[in-house]
Design a protein around this ligand. Structure first.
Ligand SMILES: [Fe+2]
Length: 397
């Protein structure tokens, strides 16, 4: 099966924004419209969904140090609404992985290939899925409890499912059938430099236009044995798909780690801050786990695998081991952090500034990942509006 015979909904021309320039123009349009409406004293589309009391300042909402009583500030509501959307997006993609490769997953060959990365992979996939579902449900319930509008993305569940054994045939928010997985995080967390000071990173190799779930049973028969390393073309194909998933897991969760760190800096109310840092910590936990497991795809005995369909190659990143490639260097290297002449490097989540880690930056990264390939213009407009509102929130004590 050739990669150009992938489902037609994944075709580039059906993606609403195909170039970084078009994407930037779209975001700038949302920002300009928001500024214009605020100048007129009119709430933006997502602001209009808030109750009138949502426009109160955080100070007015403070009733005690640890508990929040009364309505949310506009900024806090915008942060929680964007995070609820992000969690619904995460839930959608993790649910797809869980159906096929979780502990009760329905595709034996995919599960076996994932287990070649670590025997506990199916359990971890199921638990990560549960975590994201709980985050989305909690954030929406909290918004509701404060009289604010929860986020519902059901109208955008329009993308096709995998056709492979185990996948439910229902509409999806996210595309996992052909991904460009950004691997720059792998190098970034091994480097002493920080993207918040302008450092740029390249991944140790490239994953482009590659499925992260099995596409169908012709491409990857569901009962194919998966030895490590795999021998037959079909088992090598499935292993490349599972390896791609392994790197995609870490990519998604490192994004969550940076996003929550950034959002915490904008929160006003202490209870909302508790929510953001407490969920954010779990995103960091997920990232550390997946960072470790992904390394097994690029270490002996799996390293050197070539996808017989796409040609994607998983190199041996321990041959030779270097500071920027060695697979067991998964704990963050101390890096530049705060500007201060005498401040030493610090091991931190990075990036954490809005430009690199905020809501808009997160959505742009997901678009580049092709996670939303095939989504409608209405979806992009809705998610961009939420992202711009969240990035505009400011800590107000
Ligand atoms: Fe989450």
């Amino acid at each position: 099966m050739k990669s150009n015979s992938l489902p037609s909904t994944m075709a580039a021309e059906e993606t609403a924004f195909t170039t970084p320039e078009e994407l930037n123009e779209k975001f700038n349009h949302v920002i300009r419209r928001r500024s214009f409406l605020q100048g007129l004293g009119v709430a933006t589309a997502s602001g209009a969904l808030l109750p009138a009391a949502g426009l109160l300042t955080a100070k007015q909402g403070h009733a005690s140090e640890l508990e929040h009583h009364g309505p949310l500030s506009r900024g806090d509501a915008a942060i929680l609404r964007f995070l609820a959307a992000a969690e619904l997006i995460e839930s959608d993609l993790w649910t797809q992985y869980n159906e096929l490769g979780g502990v009760n997953g329905g595709n034996p060959a995919y599960i076996a290939a994932l287990e070649n990365l670590d025997g506990d992979m199916p359990q971890y996939i199921s638990d990560n899925t549960d975590d994201e579902l709980s985050h989305a449900a909690f954030l929406n319930a909290y918004l509701k409890s404060k009289g604010a509008q929860p986020v519902n993305l059901d109208a955008f569940r329009t993308l096709p499912s995998s056709q492979a054994t185990g996948a439910k045939q229902i509409g999806r928010l996210t595309n996992l059938l052909n991904l460009d997985v950004d691997l720059s995080w792998y190098t970034r967390y091994r480097s002493e430099e920080n993207p918040d000071f302008g450092a740029k990173f390249k991944g140790p190799f490239t994953i482009s236009n590659q499925p992260a779930v099995p596409l169908n049973d012709t491409d990857t028969p569901p009962n194919t044995p998966q030895p490590a390393p795999p021998i037959t073309p079909q088992s090598r194909r499935m292993q490349a798909i599972a390896n791609t998933a392994g790197f995609h897991f870490a990519y998604i969760e490192q994004g969550g780690a940076s996003l929550y760190t950034n959002m915490a800096l904008k929160v006003s109310d202490l209870e909302v801050l508790r929510i953001v840092v407490s969920i954010g910590g779990v995103e960091v936990d997920h990232f550390g786990l997946w960072h470790d497991k992904a390394g097994n795809a690029v270490a002996s005995p799996l390293a050197g695998l070539i996808d017989p369909v796409t040609g994607l190659t998983f190199p041996d990143l321990n041959a030779p081991p270097t500071e920027l490639t060695q697979t067991n260097l998964i704990l963050p290297e101390p890096c530049d952090f705060l500007k201060g002449e005498k401040l030493p490097p610090c091991s931190v989540i990075r990036p954490s500034l809005t430009e690199n880690a905020g809501a808009v930056a997160t959505i742009k990264s997901f678009i580049a990942d092709l996670l939303f390939a095939g989504q409608s213009t209405a979806f992009f407009e809705f998610i961009m509006e939420l992202a711009v509102e969240a990035d505009a929130a400011r800590r107000d004590l």
